[in-house]
Every structure is written in C-alpha cells, then in structure tokens.
Design a protein around this ligand. Sequence first.
Ligand SMILES: Cc1cc2nc3c(=O)[nH]c(=O)nc-3n(C[C@H](O)[C@H](O)[C@H](O)COP(=O)(O)OP(=O)(O)OC[C@H]3O[C@@H](n4cnc5c(N)ncnc54)[C@H](O)[C@@H]3O)c2cc1C
Length: 367
Amino acid sequence: MKVIIVGGGIGGLAAAVAFHQRGWRVEVLERAPAFTEIGAGLSIQPNGLRALDQLGLGDALRSGGLADPLAGIRRANGSWLIRNDVDDLKRRFGQWVTVHRAALVDLLRTALPEEALRPGSQVRDVRPDGTVHHSGGTTAADLVVGADGVHSVTRRSLWPDVPGPRYVGYTTWRLIVPPHPVEGSVETWGRGQRFGHVPMPEGSVYCYLMANAPLNSRTGLEQLRTRFAGWHGPIPALLDSARPDAVLQHDTYELPKLRAYFAGKVALLGDAAHAMTPNLGQGACQALEDAVTLAATVDALGVGAGLAEYDRTRRPRTQLIAHRSRQVGAPAHWAWPPLTALRDAALPRLPSAFFERSITPAYTWTP
Ligand SMILES: Cc1cc2nc3c(=O)[nH]c(=O)nc-3n(C[C@H](O)[C@H](O)[C@H](O)COP(=O)(O)OP(=O)(O)OC[C@H]3O[C@@H](n4cnc5c(N)ncnc54)[C@H](O)[C@@H]3O)c2cc1C
C-alpha cells in the first residue's frame, strides 16, 4: 500500500513515520527545499509525548531534557494572577519537554528512508481519488494525507467553498535568546498583550509575545523593547539580550470547524484540519495524535472504514481542544481597562479546578 503525504512539517513527518513503520510505501511532498522548521521552541506535552512513544521516539526527545509545565500567569508588575502546582501537574499527567522545533523535525525525518522524502515538491491540487498534481508531475496512491498546514491546498482542493482560516486579532513574535536565569515557564498578561518565557534544556530561553494588532502589521525588536519596557524582570533583560534577526513574527489564525476530516481517499491532519490558537500549546501535540491514530485505523480497517473511524475519533477531540484554547487565551487580549481590572481581581480568587477543566482533556489522551 502507498501513501502520499502533502507537507513535511511535524504532522506530516509523524504520519510518514507511522505508515512507514507499518510497512507502507511513503512519499512526502514538501514545497520547501529542505525539511526543517522555524527557529523557535516547542512545548511537547504529556499527550504529545505519548504519541511519540507510539513511534518509538519519545525517549529520544526526553533524553534532551525534561521541562516543567506553565508555572503560572503574572501581571505586568510581577504579582501572580494564577499559580500552578507544577509537581502536581507532572505527577498526574506525565512528562513535558521543550525542544527546538528543528530538533523534532530532524528526529522524525531521520526515522524515514531518504527515498521517501521529496523536498522542493509544491502540491497544486489533490483529487479525492488519490491523485496529486505537484511541481514534479502527477502521482497517485491508495491514500493521500493533507498535512500542509493552516493554508492547506489539500483542504481547498477537496472543499473549495469551505471558509478558510480567520485572523484572530493578535500577532505573535517568537525568539530564542541566549542563556539567562528564569523562574520556570511563565506567562505575563497586560492589556491586549502578553509575554511568555520558557527555559530551553541547554539554558537559552524561548520567548513568545502576543499583542492585539491589525492583520499584516509588522513590528521590530526595538519597538518590542519599548512596548514591554515597564514590565517585571526578567522581561526587559530578555528582550535586551535578543538579536534582531532572531525575532519571527506571524499573525495568528484559526480554522473554522470542518464537517469532515476526509473525502474519498484523502485525509487531513494537523493544522490543515484544525489550526488552533497557540494558547494551550497543543497544535503540534494534536498533529502527533492525529498521525498515530490515522496510521493505526487505516492500517487495521482499510482506507474506507479507517478514514471514517479516524474522523469519528479525531474531529470531536481536536475541535474541543481548539475551542478550549480560544477560550483560555481570550482574557489575555482584553484591552479595556475596567475589564482587565476585573480580570486581574477575579483570576487569583478562582479555584485551580477551574483552570484544570480546560487542560485535562488534552493531557489525558492515550493512543
Ligand atoms: C506562536 C505559536 C506557538 C506554538 N506553540 C506550540 C507548542 O508549544 N506546542 C504545540 O504542540 N504546538 C504549538 N503551536 C502549534 C504548532 O506549531 C502547529 O500546530 C504545528 O506546527 C502544525 O504542524 P503541521 O505539520 O500540521 O503544519 P505545519 O507545521 O504548518 O507544516 C506544514 C508543511 O506543509 C508544507 N506545505 C504547505 N503547503 C504545501 C504545498 N502546497 N505543497 C507541499 N508542501 C506544502 C509547509 O512548507 C510545511 O512544511 C504553536 C503555534 C504558534 C503559532
């Protein structure tokens, strides 16, 4: 049996590994000239690690160093809005790791035979009968997996009339700065903007910044330093130590709910199926879950019944997590001072069970 994977990001490569390990012939069509990722960090949470364990790759990631879950959320003056018991989270849900994105892509890529990888192949159109038109010609397979991200050509080919991704109103900057002492993984909320920092295993610090902004507006490092200048330490120091060319800015998109994750012999996975806001840090973890589930169901049940089962198990779960992710991030982007004052007064009084309700379904997944 042969599968064509459109897109060699984390989701596509994980699916390729899962099918390869089940004896399928695999072809990964990636438009970029090489298989790599942007220079940012990535948190792989307990459910994502369990999916990687299915591929025999979880321990390789853990050996780079374990991480802590989010320790809490602070106000811009440094006082705590929410504090998490990180030891309790790890005891109940499992392990976390933080990695360079490129390290995870390398780990997946090297689990595949070289002949499965087709960089420089831009897919133009995908047919439900399993035919794929791309820059190198036309190929057909028993199964096609659209793992081509939020602006998926596969999705547009199958459902040209379905609404595309929508901008959620805030833009994101990501950067990795040189080693600096930080107190775990922490997020800080202001009015319509926030700052998060996550220690990387080798000491450098992955920072993400988000702010309400019109679509396509661009801001450089100097403006970010000014914007966060009055915030608690070590935020200004982290930005001072950054190199301008380390800053990556992307607008944040979310995909409206799809009514199916497959048509004919074609399945969607990862951001192509359910691009979500990054608030729960679950997008890649869900793509990993999709990948191992898709290979297991299709391999066991055949393409027709397997795709129906994949859709039945994955669509409700990923759409629930996308919904929760949107909900938990919304108050961070409130900008009207009376509303943020109310938020800042209310959050410290809420019981921890209130927050755990949002995250528990994500972490408790088992293959
Ligand atoms: C700020 C931010 C922080 C995040 N943090 C986390 C986190 O900590 N943890 C987590 O789990 N998730 C996180 N996410 C989400 C995560 O990054 C994504 O969900 C994940 O990378 C999606 O992987 P994917 O393989 O589905 O898509 P992508 O990574 O978008 O990969 C798609 C691939 O398809 C290729 N492609 C596209 N079109 C074509 C075409 N026509 N032909 C051939 N190839 C094509 C692209 O070049 C790309 O390589 C974050 C997201 C953001 C924005």
